[in-house]
Each structure stands twice: as structure tokens, then as C-alpha cells.
Design a protein. Structure first.
Lengths: 113, 107
């Protein structure tokens, strides 16, 4: 049981490049989330999903797109990376039975130059 | 007003001291809450859940004040290993976190 995993762990992009971050969970959780965390700051919700095939915007959705084609995977896409998107990205999952207690992945450190 | 607000600190206290910090929330419909602990450059991990008026787990006590819309975290007999950032979040399908309170325990 791996819990929540994120791929890749580190990435450096140039401005304007695109990439996709993958989050996978093997706990059969309904809910999945993408957060970003900038130095010295808390977690800010980018997008979330309450089930396969559904997604919703969080606090800071601009510049990101997401997809949840399979229940266990939640993809975060950056179509045209900007330096302001340099951050640590955390994925999390939860289920209703646990009153939305979240399980986090180890994070992806992204630098956009 | 932000949905969830926390005193950013840092709180710098000596080992063995008792320390408490609050988290205020704006959504009066929130039924339960979480405190997470985050170590430097690591993912947050659940510390405590608060479903009713409060919860106690060893040296940690979380209390909920619905009338004033805040939750508190009390740490007794603090240890060096308690140094971390503490994040609070109301339970909901769309989970918004506070910005976190940094705690540093000195020898």
C-alpha cells in the first residue's frame, strides 16, 4: 500500500514550456486535491475532484488544468509555465467516511526559469 | 475575511513550556476540523481531528469554540521534536488551509 505518490519529485522548466504532474493513490479515495505551497506560506488549493470525471476550481486555479479520468489518478497540467508557478506542489486524497481527513503525497518541487 | 486564519508566529518557547495557538474560520457550517503538522520541506501529516467540543491526545489538546468560530491547539510539556509548522483546516469536500503557525522549541 503506497498511499499517495507523486511524479516527478523534481522538475526544472523554462518559461513557456508545458508539463503534467501525476498524482496516484491506491486507497480508493473519492476525493483528490492539488495544492501549491510557496516559501514560508501555507497550502493554497489549486483544483480538486470529488470523483472520477469531475473537477472543480480551488483558490488559485489560473494557469492550471486538471483531469481525473481514473479514480486513482489526478493530473495537474501547466500549459505555459511562468516563473510565478515556481513552487512545491502537493497532492492529497481523502474519503467521506473519514470526514475528509487528508493523506498527502511527498510533493513535487517545480522551478520555472 | 479569509476562510481560515492563523497567527503565523513564529512562536519560540523553551523546552517543557506550554504553548497554545488559535485558528479562526469563517464558514459557520463547518462541522469538524483538523490540525496538521508539517516539518520543513515535507508533506503535512494529520495531528488531530476535532469533531465536537474538543479532543485530547497525550500532550496535545484541541478545542473548538463554535460561538466564536475558532479552534485552538495546546501543547503541554513541549519537546524539541514539536518544532514544526501547524496547519488547521475545517473539514469539507473543498478543504482550505490556514497559512500555518510556526513553532520553534529551544533547549
Amino acid at each position: 500500500n503506497a498511499g499517495v505518490t507523486q511524479t516527478p519529485k523534481f522538475r526544472v522548466l523554462k518559461t513557456g514550456q508545458s508539463m503534467t504532474l501525476l498524482c496516484a493513490q491506491d486507497m480508493n479515495h473519492e476525493y483528490m486535491y492539488w495544492y501549491r505551497q510557496d516559501p514560508g506560506m501555507g497550502l493554497r488549493l489549486i483544483h480538486y475532484s470529488v470523483g472520477e470525471g469531475t473537477t472543480a476550481k480551488g483558490e488559485v486555479p489560473d494557469g492550471y488544468n486538471v483531469s481525473r479520468l481514473k479514480k486513482q489518478n489526478f493530473l495537474l497540467g501547466l500549459e505555459s509555465a511562468a516563473p510565478s508557478q515556481t513552487s512545491v506542489y502537493f497532492c492529497a486524497s481523502s474519503y467521506v467516511g473519514a470526514r475528509y481527513e487528508q493523506y498527502f503525497g511527498p510533493g513535487t518541487r517545480l522551478t520555472v526559469t | 475575511r479569509k476562510e481560515v486564519e492563523q497567527d503565523p508566529g513564529p512562536f519560540n518557547v523553551p523546552e517543557g513550556a506550554t504553548v497554545a495557538f488559535n485558528c479562526t474560520y469563517s464558514n459557520s457550517a463547518s462541522q469538524s476540523f483538523f490540525w496538521y503538522r508539517q516539518d520543513c520541506r515535507k508533506e503535512p501529516k494529520l495531528l488531530m481531528s476535532v469533531y465536537s467540543s474538543g479532543n485530547e491526545d497525550g500532550r496535545f489538546t484541541a478545542q473548538l469554540n463554535r460561538a466564536s468560530q475558532y479552534i485552538s491547539l495546546l501543547i503541554r510539556d513541549s519537546k524539541l521534536s514539536d518544532s514544526a509548522t501547524y496547519l488547521c483546516a475545517p473539514s469539507a469536500s473543498k478543504i482550505i488551509f490556514g497559512s500555518g503557525t510556526r513553532l520553534s522549541i529551544r533547549p
